[in-house]
Design a binder for this molecule. Sequence first.
Ligand SMILES: NC(=O)c1ccc[n+]([C@@H]2O[C@H](COP(=O)([O-])OP(=O)(O)OC[C@H]3O[C@@H](n4cnc5c(N)ncnc54)[C@H](O)[C@@H]3O)[C@@H](O)[C@H]2O)c1
Ligand SMILES: O=C(O)C[C@H](O)C(=O)O
Ligand SMILES: [Mg+2]
Length: 520
Amino acid sequence: MWKLARLVAASNFRRARPFSTAIPLPCIVHKRGADILHDPWFNKDTGFPLTERDRLGLRGLLPPRVISFQQQYARFMESYRSLERNTMGQPEGVVSLAKWRILNRLHDRNETLYYRVLIDNIKDFAPVIYTPTVGLVCQNYSGLFRRPRGMYFSAKDKGEMMSMIYNWPAHQVDMIVITDGSRILGLGDLGVQGIGIPIGKLDMYVAAAGINPQRVLPIMLDVGTNNKKLLEDPLYLGLRQPRLEGAEYLAIVDEFMEAVHTRWPKAIVQFEDFQAKWAFETLERYRGRFCMFNDDVQGTAGVALAGLLGTVRAQGRPLSDFSNQKIVVVGAGSAGLGVLKMAVQAVSRMSGNNETSAKKQFFVLDKDGLITKARKNLDPAAAPFAKELADVEGLREGSSLIEVVKTLKPHVLLGLSGVGGIFNEEVLKAMRGSDSPRPAIFAMSNPTMNAECTAADAFKHAGDNIVFASGSPFENVDLGNGRVGHVNQANNMYLFPGYGLLFTDVSAMRMLEILEVYNF
Ligand SMILES: NC(=O)c1ccc[n+]([C@@H]2O[C@H](COP(=O)([O-])OP(=O)(O)OC[C@H]3O[C@@H](n4cnc5c(N)ncnc54)[C@H](O)[C@@H]3O)[C@@H](O)[C@H]2O)c1
Ligand SMILES: O=C(O)C[C@H](O)C(=O)O
Ligand SMILES: [Mg+2]
């Protein structure tokens, strides 16, 4: 996958810009002197040749020696490797944040060099600029803040957004990732600090899909936070008020969507890490009018489905056997329900049966256990997947995870609950009784500490023959005797850069048509 992503990225960058020195300017640069050195889009640091130093008023503002792009690259990588050596043995969080800081400083200074090192070292750097480290960055964002990135629209900006959007310096924007910070990974409400997520996602768009970095825009929609700790933190950078709800909330999102599409009618807006109720509501509200999608609902579904089909192949069975797999999804939020919807559609199309019949093999649990039609106050979003009691013999409304696994003997156990360790020893051991010769365990919650189980525990307790995937990266597991327990990563990052690449190459209307065709 990474090889493919790098090929795509490399070919796009070649097409868009020869990357050996720096980004050719898409328009005439009106800046001069120190303003250019302080603009990460155009800055080449000590790489400015003497002729450019004369032309751009840089003479005397830089040390005399010209250091080539390649030399700067080698210098950065040496600093990074020496940081790795010097922090060996220190706590993981400290090391990850130190790595993030050094990359972030480069991002703020010289984007050309930043994206070059990111593309060339994507496997090493993705866990630093994206999941899982980005979670830690969001948790500490107010303290880590040095320079703004992206745009911040707050509830206090109501009525001003249409003019504010023109404050963004780029003429064209193709790809926007927006969050309201209400459900950042499995870490809950992080308010304005959630901006780290759109930044990390858009870095992946640039690195893996070759999207022009000057045409991406991370957005934070700050409608307040219900996180008490943040509200009491004197350094907290967001609005110090409870989250807006209901019509007041929607009015803010409506105004933002109007503003953004007035200025850039073809920009694609990716909704990210909104709490489930707003994830579903905004998707329904805007999908017919704007070029938008919800990554947690739709991106996750695509990646999970690919993993589920891959599991069938890993079992040595024909893909059509997918229709016979018993699948237990743990977590009935934006991600879990998104996966269920797409997987049911897939089974229905593959088997030719209607969706009611395709649903039979899927079972879903939330914090109150197995979801059945007998549930009082059944969440309308989960209702289509609630089981008839008659269809779950030996189980009841609210059956626990262990009861479900022991009774159903599922082929697949897929976690999108945000609850770390919920696939405990007992549950994993029960998966040994699965009806599948190669049961699949997908611990998709993020970041690492929220994963339903670790890779090591999965292989230890559920057996060597499982197919394992996780949302956050884990190392392969040494099973002894030279055998390896392979860890696959099931994270929507394997899909959304592709959406961007596809949809920025087609017109906005065509995107809507594509989404329609795939009943997305
Ligand atoms: N790997 C990926 O690509 C990917 C994509 C999206 C979301 N995620 C992760 O999935 C997790 C959930 O995301 P979401 O948007 O669906 O969150 P959400 O808050 O919308 O949903 C969480 C669901 O888990 C349920 N739950 C909570 N405790 C539970 C328990 N003890 N047992 C069973 N279910 C329980 C809740 O009732 C709810 O239905 C997060 O950790 C997120 O980071 C991963
Ligand atoms: O951000 C990620 O790593 C995946 C996903 O979008 C999530 O919310 O966990
Ligand atoms: Mg997300």
